[in-house]
Design a binder for this molecule. Structure first.
Ligand SMILES: Cc1cc2nc3c(=O)[nH]c(=O)nc-3n(C[C@H](O)[C@H](O)[C@H](O)COP(=O)(O)OP(=O)(O)OC[C@H]3O[C@@H](n4cnc5c(N)ncnc54)[C@H](O)[C@@H]3O)c2cc1C
Length: 338
Protein backbone atom coordinates (compact mmCIF):
# COMPACT_ATOMS: atom_id res chain seq x y z
CA UNK A 1 0.00 0.00 0.00
CA UNK A 2 1.06 3.60 -0.59
CA UNK A 3 2.37 5.21 2.60
CA UNK A 4 1.58 8.85 1.78
CA UNK A 5 -0.61 10.54 -0.81
CA UNK A 6 0.21 14.21 -1.12
CA UNK A 7 -2.75 16.24 -2.43
CA UNK A 8 -1.21 19.20 -4.28
CA UNK A 9 2.15 19.48 -6.01
CA UNK A 10 3.03 23.06 -5.03
CA UNK A 11 6.33 23.74 -3.25
CA UNK A 12 5.12 22.45 0.11
CA UNK A 13 3.53 19.29 -1.30
CA UNK A 14 6.61 18.45 -3.35
CA UNK A 15 8.95 19.16 -0.42
CA UNK A 16 6.82 16.90 1.78
CA UNK A 17 6.99 14.19 -0.89
CA UNK A 18 10.78 14.46 -1.08
CA UNK A 19 11.08 14.36 2.71
CA UNK A 20 8.77 11.36 3.04
CA UNK A 21 10.62 9.52 0.28
CA UNK A 22 13.97 10.25 1.95
CA UNK A 23 12.46 8.66 5.08
CA UNK A 24 11.80 5.50 3.03
CA UNK A 25 8.09 5.93 2.43
CA UNK A 26 6.22 5.19 -0.77
CA UNK A 27 4.76 8.47 -1.98
CA UNK A 28 2.26 9.61 -4.63
CA UNK A 29 1.66 13.29 -5.43
CA UNK A 30 -1.70 14.22 -7.01
CA UNK A 31 -1.61 17.60 -8.78
CA UNK A 32 -4.03 18.77 -11.48
CA UNK A 33 -1.66 21.14 -13.31
CA UNK A 34 0.96 19.44 -15.46
CA UNK A 35 4.30 21.11 -16.14
CA UNK A 36 6.02 23.85 -14.17
CA UNK A 37 3.32 25.35 -11.97
CA UNK A 38 3.18 29.15 -11.73
CA UNK A 39 1.39 31.09 -8.97
CA UNK A 40 0.96 34.64 -7.68
CA UNK A 41 3.90 34.95 -5.30
CA UNK A 42 6.58 37.44 -4.26
CA UNK A 43 9.12 34.67 -5.03
CA UNK A 44 11.53 35.63 -2.27
CA UNK A 45 12.87 32.60 -0.40
CA UNK A 46 14.04 33.51 3.09
CA UNK A 47 17.49 32.19 4.08
CA UNK A 48 15.96 29.43 6.20
CA UNK A 49 13.83 28.30 3.23
CA UNK A 50 16.99 28.13 1.10
CA UNK A 51 18.63 26.02 3.83
CA UNK A 52 15.59 23.72 4.17
CA UNK A 53 15.54 23.13 0.42
CA UNK A 54 19.31 22.49 0.30
CA UNK A 55 18.91 19.91 3.07
CA UNK A 56 16.42 18.11 0.78
CA UNK A 57 18.92 18.25 -2.11
CA UNK A 58 16.98 20.99 -3.92
CA UNK A 59 18.99 23.90 -5.36
CA UNK A 60 16.77 26.13 -7.51
CA UNK A 61 18.38 28.76 -9.73
CA UNK A 62 17.78 32.36 -8.71
CA UNK A 63 19.25 35.65 -7.57
CA UNK A 64 20.62 36.07 -4.05
CA UNK A 65 19.31 39.02 -2.03
CA UNK A 66 21.00 40.45 1.05
CA UNK A 67 17.95 41.39 3.12
CA UNK A 68 14.76 43.47 3.17
CA UNK A 69 14.42 47.19 2.43
CA UNK A 70 11.33 49.22 3.35
CA UNK A 71 10.67 52.12 0.98
CA UNK A 72 8.26 55.07 1.36
CA UNK A 73 7.95 57.99 -1.08
CA UNK A 74 10.60 59.90 0.92
CA UNK A 75 12.61 57.39 2.98
CA UNK A 76 14.09 53.92 2.95
CA UNK A 77 15.77 51.58 5.41
CA UNK A 78 17.46 48.24 4.81
CA UNK A 79 18.15 45.28 7.10
CA UNK A 80 20.64 42.60 6.08
CA UNK A 81 20.14 38.94 6.87
CA UNK A 82 22.70 37.80 9.44
CA UNK A 83 22.91 34.17 8.34
CA UNK A 84 23.38 34.25 4.60
CA UNK A 85 21.30 35.60 1.72
CA UNK A 86 17.78 34.84 0.62
CA UNK A 87 17.05 33.76 -2.94
CA UNK A 88 14.66 35.24 -5.51
CA UNK A 89 13.35 32.29 -7.56
CA UNK A 90 10.68 32.12 -10.27
CA UNK A 91 7.91 29.80 -9.12
CA UNK A 92 8.28 27.78 -12.31
CA UNK A 93 12.01 27.27 -11.56
CA UNK A 94 11.24 26.28 -7.96
CA UNK A 95 8.62 23.83 -9.15
CA UNK A 96 10.99 22.27 -11.69
CA UNK A 97 13.79 21.86 -9.11
CA UNK A 98 11.46 20.23 -6.57
CA UNK A 99 9.66 18.09 -9.15
CA UNK A 100 12.93 16.74 -10.59
CA UNK A 101 14.27 15.96 -7.12
CA UNK A 102 11.04 14.15 -6.21
CA UNK A 103 11.09 12.20 -9.44
CA UNK A 104 14.75 11.21 -9.05
CA UNK A 105 13.88 9.72 -5.66
CA UNK A 106 11.00 7.67 -7.08
CA UNK A 107 8.01 9.76 -6.02
CA UNK A 108 5.05 8.92 -8.28
CA UNK A 109 3.06 11.73 -9.85
CA UNK A 110 -0.59 11.56 -10.83
CA UNK A 111 -2.08 14.39 -12.88
CA UNK A 112 -5.52 14.97 -11.41
CA UNK A 113 -7.59 16.74 -8.83
CA UNK A 114 -8.32 15.12 -5.48
CA UNK A 115 -12.10 14.93 -5.33
CA UNK A 116 -12.99 12.44 -2.64
CA UNK A 117 -11.21 11.50 0.59
CA UNK A 118 -12.68 8.61 2.57
CA UNK A 119 -11.22 7.26 5.80
CA UNK A 120 -11.82 3.93 7.42
CA UNK A 121 -9.72 2.30 10.10
CA UNK A 122 -6.09 2.29 9.15
CA UNK A 123 -6.37 3.65 5.61
CA UNK A 124 -7.51 6.60 3.53
CA UNK A 125 -9.00 6.20 0.06
CA UNK A 126 -8.38 9.09 -2.32
CA UNK A 127 -10.40 8.71 -5.52
CA UNK A 128 -9.78 4.96 -5.51
CA UNK A 129 -6.11 5.10 -4.39
CA UNK A 130 -5.48 3.64 -0.95
CA UNK A 131 -2.89 5.04 1.39
CA UNK A 132 -1.92 5.04 5.04
CA UNK A 133 -1.80 8.83 5.23
CA UNK A 134 -2.80 11.90 3.25
CA UNK A 135 -0.94 15.20 3.44
CA UNK A 136 -3.19 17.94 2.05
CA UNK A 137 -0.99 20.61 0.45
CA UNK A 138 -3.68 21.93 -1.85
CA UNK A 139 -3.17 25.61 -1.14
CA UNK A 140 -4.92 28.65 0.29
CA UNK A 141 -8.45 27.49 -0.59
CA UNK A 142 -7.75 23.80 0.07
CA UNK A 143 -10.63 21.69 -1.31
CA UNK A 144 -9.57 18.84 1.00
CA UNK A 145 -9.82 21.14 4.03
CA UNK A 146 -13.28 22.24 2.91
CA UNK A 147 -14.44 18.66 2.29
CA UNK A 148 -13.34 17.70 5.81
CA UNK A 149 -15.23 20.66 7.32
CA UNK A 150 -12.09 22.22 8.82
CA UNK A 151 -12.62 25.80 7.58
CA UNK A 152 -13.39 28.71 9.89
CA UNK A 153 -14.32 32.28 9.05
CA UNK A 154 -11.33 34.62 9.15
CA UNK A 155 -11.32 37.94 11.04
CA UNK A 156 -9.77 41.20 9.91
CA UNK A 157 -9.53 43.05 6.60
CA UNK A 158 -9.78 41.04 3.39
CA UNK A 159 -6.57 41.27 1.32
CA UNK A 160 -5.49 39.98 -2.06
CA UNK A 161 -2.19 39.66 -3.90
CA UNK A 162 -1.32 40.29 -7.57
CA UNK A 163 1.93 39.80 -9.44
CA UNK A 164 3.72 40.53 -12.73
CA UNK A 165 7.32 40.39 -13.97
CA UNK A 166 9.33 43.08 -15.72
CA UNK A 167 12.27 42.49 -18.04
CA UNK A 168 14.89 44.67 -16.39
CA UNK A 169 18.09 44.14 -14.43
CA UNK A 170 17.52 44.17 -10.65
CA UNK A 171 18.47 47.55 -9.16
CA UNK A 172 18.52 46.58 -5.49
CA UNK A 173 20.44 43.92 -3.58
CA UNK A 174 17.40 43.61 -1.29
CA UNK A 175 13.78 42.63 -1.66
CA UNK A 176 12.25 46.11 -1.67
CA UNK A 177 8.90 46.60 0.04
CA UNK A 178 7.22 49.84 -1.06
CA UNK A 179 4.46 51.22 1.16
CA UNK A 180 1.49 53.28 -0.04
CA UNK A 181 -1.43 54.36 2.20
CA UNK A 182 -3.39 51.16 1.41
CA UNK A 183 -1.12 48.68 -0.37
CA UNK A 184 2.39 47.23 -0.47
CA UNK A 185 4.57 46.38 -3.46
CA UNK A 186 7.25 43.70 -3.18
CA UNK A 187 10.07 43.83 -5.69
CA UNK A 188 12.16 40.69 -5.91
CA UNK A 189 15.11 40.01 -8.23
CA UNK A 190 14.52 36.57 -9.80
CA UNK A 191 16.98 36.51 -12.73
CA UNK A 192 19.80 38.78 -13.97
CA UNK A 193 17.29 40.39 -16.35
CA UNK A 194 14.02 39.93 -14.48
CA UNK A 195 12.29 41.37 -11.42
CA UNK A 196 8.97 40.28 -9.98
CA UNK A 197 6.51 42.79 -8.53
CA UNK A 198 3.88 41.47 -6.10
CA UNK A 199 1.19 43.87 -4.93
CA UNK A 200 -0.75 43.29 -1.71
CA UNK A 201 -3.86 45.22 -0.75
CA UNK A 202 -7.64 45.36 -0.60
CA UNK A 203 -9.75 43.47 -3.15
CA UNK A 204 -10.75 44.99 -6.47
CA UNK A 205 -8.67 46.71 -9.09
CA UNK A 206 -6.13 45.49 -11.58
CA UNK A 207 -2.38 45.36 -11.34
CA UNK A 208 -1.86 48.69 -13.12
CA UNK A 209 -4.41 50.50 -10.88
CA UNK A 210 -2.69 49.31 -7.71
CA UNK A 211 0.77 49.88 -9.18
CA UNK A 212 -0.07 53.55 -9.78
CA UNK A 213 0.01 53.98 -5.98
CA UNK A 214 3.80 53.55 -6.19
CA UNK A 215 5.15 56.37 -8.42
CA UNK A 216 8.79 55.65 -7.44
CA UNK A 217 8.39 52.06 -8.56
CA UNK A 218 6.46 52.98 -11.71
CA UNK A 219 9.37 55.26 -12.62
CA UNK A 220 11.86 52.41 -12.02
CA UNK A 221 10.16 49.97 -14.39
CA UNK A 222 9.21 52.57 -17.01
CA UNK A 223 10.20 51.25 -20.44
CA UNK A 224 10.71 47.68 -19.14
CA UNK A 225 8.43 45.15 -20.79
CA UNK A 226 5.92 43.34 -18.57
CA UNK A 227 6.68 39.75 -19.58
CA UNK A 228 4.13 37.82 -17.54
CA UNK A 229 0.39 38.25 -17.28
CA UNK A 230 -1.38 39.38 -14.18
CA UNK A 231 -1.94 36.60 -11.64
CA UNK A 232 -3.81 36.93 -8.36
CA UNK A 233 -4.51 35.10 -5.10
CA UNK A 234 -6.79 35.68 -2.15
CA UNK A 235 -8.46 36.30 0.18
CA UNK A 236 -5.13 35.74 1.90
CA UNK A 237 -6.24 35.14 5.48
CA UNK A 238 -7.41 31.57 6.07
CA UNK A 239 -8.44 30.16 9.43
CA UNK A 240 -8.56 26.45 10.14
CA UNK A 241 -10.34 24.74 13.04
CA UNK A 242 -7.97 21.76 13.15
CA UNK A 243 -5.03 20.57 11.09
CA UNK A 244 -5.58 16.87 11.65
CA UNK A 245 -8.61 14.77 10.82
CA UNK A 246 -7.88 11.11 11.37
CA UNK A 247 -5.17 10.18 8.88
CA UNK A 248 -5.31 13.45 6.94
CA UNK A 249 -2.91 16.25 7.90
CA UNK A 250 -3.00 19.79 6.45
CA UNK A 251 0.32 21.42 5.48
CA UNK A 252 1.47 24.65 3.83
CA UNK A 253 -1.17 27.27 3.02
CA UNK A 254 -3.88 24.62 3.37
CA UNK A 255 -3.14 24.54 7.11
CA UNK A 256 -3.97 28.25 7.52
CA UNK A 257 -2.47 31.53 6.38
CA UNK A 258 -2.12 35.03 7.79
CA UNK A 259 -0.75 37.25 5.02
CA UNK A 260 2.04 37.58 2.47
CA UNK A 261 3.23 40.81 4.12
CA UNK A 262 6.33 39.19 5.60
CA UNK A 263 7.15 36.94 2.61
CA UNK A 264 7.27 33.88 4.81
CA UNK A 265 4.80 31.44 3.24
CA UNK A 266 7.17 28.97 1.63
CA UNK A 267 9.58 28.91 4.55
CA UNK A 268 6.78 28.28 7.04
CA UNK A 269 5.15 25.77 4.72
CA UNK A 270 8.38 23.77 4.45
CA UNK A 271 8.51 23.59 8.24
CA UNK A 272 4.94 22.31 8.42
CA UNK A 273 5.79 19.68 5.80
CA UNK A 274 8.74 18.51 7.90
CA UNK A 275 6.61 18.34 11.05
CA UNK A 276 3.81 16.41 9.31
CA UNK A 277 6.15 13.87 7.71
CA UNK A 278 7.80 13.27 11.07
CA UNK A 279 4.39 12.83 12.72
CA UNK A 280 3.20 10.21 10.21
CA UNK A 281 6.57 8.46 10.12
CA UNK A 282 6.31 7.96 13.86
CA UNK A 283 2.58 7.17 13.69
CA UNK A 284 1.60 10.03 16.03
CA UNK A 285 -0.69 12.30 13.94
CA UNK A 286 -2.29 13.73 17.08
CA UNK A 287 0.94 15.56 17.94
CA UNK A 288 1.03 17.42 14.61
CA UNK A 289 -1.33 20.19 15.75
CA UNK A 290 1.11 21.13 18.51
CA UNK A 291 4.14 20.78 16.19
CA UNK A 292 2.41 22.96 13.57
CA UNK A 293 1.71 25.60 16.19
CA UNK A 294 5.35 25.63 17.27
CA UNK A 295 6.70 25.67 13.70
CA UNK A 296 4.53 28.62 12.65
CA UNK A 297 4.29 30.65 15.88
CA UNK A 298 6.92 33.30 15.10
CA UNK A 299 5.48 33.91 11.62
CA UNK A 300 1.90 34.11 12.88
CA UNK A 301 2.65 36.51 15.74
CA UNK A 302 4.94 38.87 13.81
CA UNK A 303 2.78 38.94 10.68
CA UNK A 304 -0.43 39.44 12.68
CA UNK A 305 1.18 42.30 14.62
CA UNK A 306 2.49 43.99 11.47
CA UNK A 307 -0.85 43.51 9.73
CA UNK A 308 -2.66 45.03 12.72
CA UNK A 309 -0.44 48.13 12.59
CA UNK A 310 -0.62 48.31 8.79
CA UNK A 311 -4.44 48.34 8.85
CA UNK A 312 -4.53 51.51 11.06
CA UNK A 313 -3.77 54.55 8.90
CA UNK A 314 -1.88 56.51 11.56
CA UNK A 315 0.28 53.57 12.59
CA UNK A 316 0.77 52.58 8.96
CA UNK A 317 2.13 55.96 7.95
CA UNK A 318 4.60 55.69 10.85
CA UNK A 319 5.95 52.24 9.95
CA UNK A 320 8.76 53.23 7.58
CA UNK A 321 9.78 56.32 9.63
CA UNK A 322 9.90 54.13 12.77
CA UNK A 323 12.04 51.53 11.00
CA UNK A 324 14.34 54.36 9.85
CA UNK A 325 14.58 55.68 13.43
CA UNK A 326 15.04 52.21 14.98
CA UNK A 327 17.13 50.25 12.48
CA UNK A 328 18.19 47.70 15.10
CA UNK A 329 14.58 46.83 15.91
CA UNK A 330 13.82 46.59 12.19
CA UNK A 331 16.89 44.37 11.74
CA UNK A 332 15.77 42.16 14.64
CA UNK A 333 12.27 41.72 13.14
CA UNK A 334 13.64 40.92 9.67
CA UNK A 335 16.05 38.36 11.08
CA UNK A 336 13.43 36.83 13.36
CA UNK A 337 11.48 36.00 10.21
CA UNK A 338 14.50 35.05 8.09
C1 LIG B 1 0.96 37.81 -3.65
C2 LIG B 1 1.71 36.79 -2.83
C3 LIG B 1 3.06 36.98 -2.57
C4 LIG B 1 3.77 36.02 -1.84
N1 LIG B 1 5.10 36.20 -1.64
C5 LIG B 1 5.83 35.25 -1.03
C6 LIG B 1 7.24 35.36 -0.91
O1 LIG B 1 7.85 36.32 -1.39
N2 LIG B 1 7.91 34.38 -0.27
C7 LIG B 1 7.27 33.30 0.27
O2 LIG B 1 7.91 32.44 0.86
N3 LIG B 1 5.93 33.15 0.15
C8 LIG B 1 5.20 34.10 -0.47
N4 LIG B 1 3.85 33.93 -0.64
C9 LIG B 1 3.20 32.74 -0.07
C10 LIG B 1 3.47 31.51 -0.93
O3 LIG B 1 3.12 31.78 -2.28
C11 LIG B 1 2.67 30.33 -0.39
O4 LIG B 1 2.83 30.26 0.99
C12 LIG B 1 3.11 29.02 -1.03
O5 LIG B 1 2.82 28.98 -2.39
C13 LIG B 1 2.41 27.85 -0.33
O6 LIG B 1 2.72 26.67 -1.01
P1 LIG B 1 1.72 25.44 -0.99
O7 LIG B 1 2.44 24.34 -1.68
O8 LIG B 1 1.19 25.24 0.39
O9 LIG B 1 0.45 25.93 -1.84
P2 LIG B 1 0.37 26.29 -3.40
O10 LIG B 1 1.63 26.86 -3.86
O11 LIG B 1 -0.87 27.10 -3.53
O12 LIG B 1 0.16 24.89 -4.11
C14 LIG B 1 -1.05 24.19 -3.97
C15 LIG B 1 -1.16 23.19 -5.10
O13 LIG B 1 -2.32 22.38 -4.87
C16 LIG B 1 -2.94 22.14 -6.12
N5 LIG B 1 -4.33 21.78 -5.89
C17 LIG B 1 -5.39 22.60 -5.68
N6 LIG B 1 -6.52 21.86 -5.53
C18 LIG B 1 -6.16 20.56 -5.64
C19 LIG B 1 -6.87 19.33 -5.56
N7 LIG B 1 -8.19 19.28 -5.36
N8 LIG B 1 -6.17 18.18 -5.69
C20 LIG B 1 -4.84 18.20 -5.91
N9 LIG B 1 -4.12 19.33 -5.98
C21 LIG B 1 -4.77 20.50 -5.86
C22 LIG B 1 -2.74 23.43 -6.91
O14 LIG B 1 -2.83 23.21 -8.31
C23 LIG B 1 -1.34 23.85 -6.46
O15 LIG B 1 -0.33 23.43 -7.34
C24 LIG B 1 3.11 34.87 -1.34
C25 LIG B 1 1.75 34.70 -1.58
C26 LIG B 1 1.05 35.64 -2.33
C27 LIG B 1 -0.40 35.41 -2.60
Amino acid sequence: MIDVIVAGGGPVGLAAAVRARLAGMEVVVVEPRPGPVDKACGEGLMPSAVAELAALGVHPPGVAFAGIRYVSPTQSVAARFRHGPGLGVRRTALHTALFERAESLGVRHVVGRVEQVRQDGDRVTVDGLQSRWVLAADGLHSPVRRALGLERSAPGPVRFGLRRHFATAPWSEHVDVHWSPTAEAYVTPVAPDLVGVALLGPPGGHFDDLMSQFPRLVERVRGAQAVTSERGAGPLRQEVSSRVRGRVLLIGDAAGYVDALTGEGICTGLRTAAAAVEAVREGRPESYERDWSRATRQYRYLTTALLWAASRPRLRSGLVPTAVRLPRVFGWAVNALA
